[in-house]
Ligand binder design. Structure first.
Ligand code: ADP
Ligand code: ADP
Length: 229
């Protein structure tokens, strides 16, 4: 479940200024596809279209062979999980922030997600544990810690489709490596779209698509792209 297909997608924010100029690719269920390319190429636009923040100008986006324009916003939101570049936490407890959107999850499930995202040790060190207040009015977390909270939330949500939009680009290289490992674990077995500006941060993609000025310039495995360039 969770196969994604872009079929000849054309999109412009403003008339007469196409940003995506006929983009087609498949992410088979359970596979990982990475979109790389220079800033401004249209990479984030691809994720915004998948979430239907905007509709395509022409072409189609399909999830499990269904046009996303025929899917309700609620089921689209529950099908797709996103780990953004900068995670903004709610002014509430760590437990609330991890559980967000999965209000039926038990405490044990929240704690298991925290363990998989490797924040359980950090949480136990805080005097109030899972009840520690975070965000602007509470404990200030580092960029890496916030990303781990976002990852724990995503693990708990367990969406069939995962979008990682520059999820580690705001972190220093040591933290980036650790978070990358956690993200690799989350994405395993899920349909994953990774958006990155550097090829070096992507290790486990089944296919890499190089986007330049709204067109696919190259595609292949990591190995094939390195051999060609
Ligand atoms: P990337 O993620 O590859 O850096 P984006 O998809 O964010 O690129 O942006 C692609 C192009 O679309 C850029 O030229 C950007 O200026 C433009 N763009 C992005 N968002 C909007 C918007 N809301 N309105 C108009 N142009 C936009
Ligand atoms: P980021 O890539 O850091 O997440 P955004 O996705 O918001 O930033 O924007 C990507 C690019 O699109 C930036 O170059 C930004 O200046 C441009 N952009 C964003 N919104 C608009 C807009 N409404 N009109 C024109 N350009 C925009």
């Amino acid at each position: 479940k969770g196969a994604v297909r872009f079929e000849n997608v054309v999109f412009s924010y403003e008339p007469a200024r196409p940003i995506l100029k006929g983009v087609s690719f498949d992410v088979p269920a359970g596979h990982t596809v990475a979109i790389v390319g220079p800033s401004g190429a249209g990479k984030s636009t691809i994720s915004r279209l998948l979430f239907r923040f905007y509709d395509v100008s022409s072409g189609r986006i399909l999830i499990d062979n269904q046009d996303i324009r025929d899917v309700t916003q609620v089921s689209l939101r529950s099908a797709i999980g996103m780990v953004p570049q900068d995670t903004v936490l709610f002014n509430d407890t760590l437990r609330y922030n991890i559980r967000y959107g999965r209000w039926d999850a038990t405490d044990a499930e929240v704690e298991e997600a925290a363990r998989l995202a490797q924040i359980d040790a950090f949480i136990r060190l805080s005097p109030k544990g899972y009840e520690t207040e975070v965000g602007e009015r509470g404990l200030k977390l580092s960029g890496g810690e916030k990303q781990r909270v976002a990852i724990a939330r995503t693990i708990l949500k367990a969406p069939p489709i995962l979008v990682l939009d520059e999820a580690t680009s705001a972190l220093d290289s040591h933290t980036e490596k650790e978070i990358q490992d956690a993200l690799d674990r989350v994405s395993r077995g899920r349909t994953t779209l990774v958006i990155a500006h550097r090829l070096s941060t992507i290790v486990h993609a089944d296919e890499i698509i190089v986007l330049e000025s709204g067109r696919i310039a190259e595609r292949g495995t990591h190995h094939q792209l390195l051999a060609r360039n």
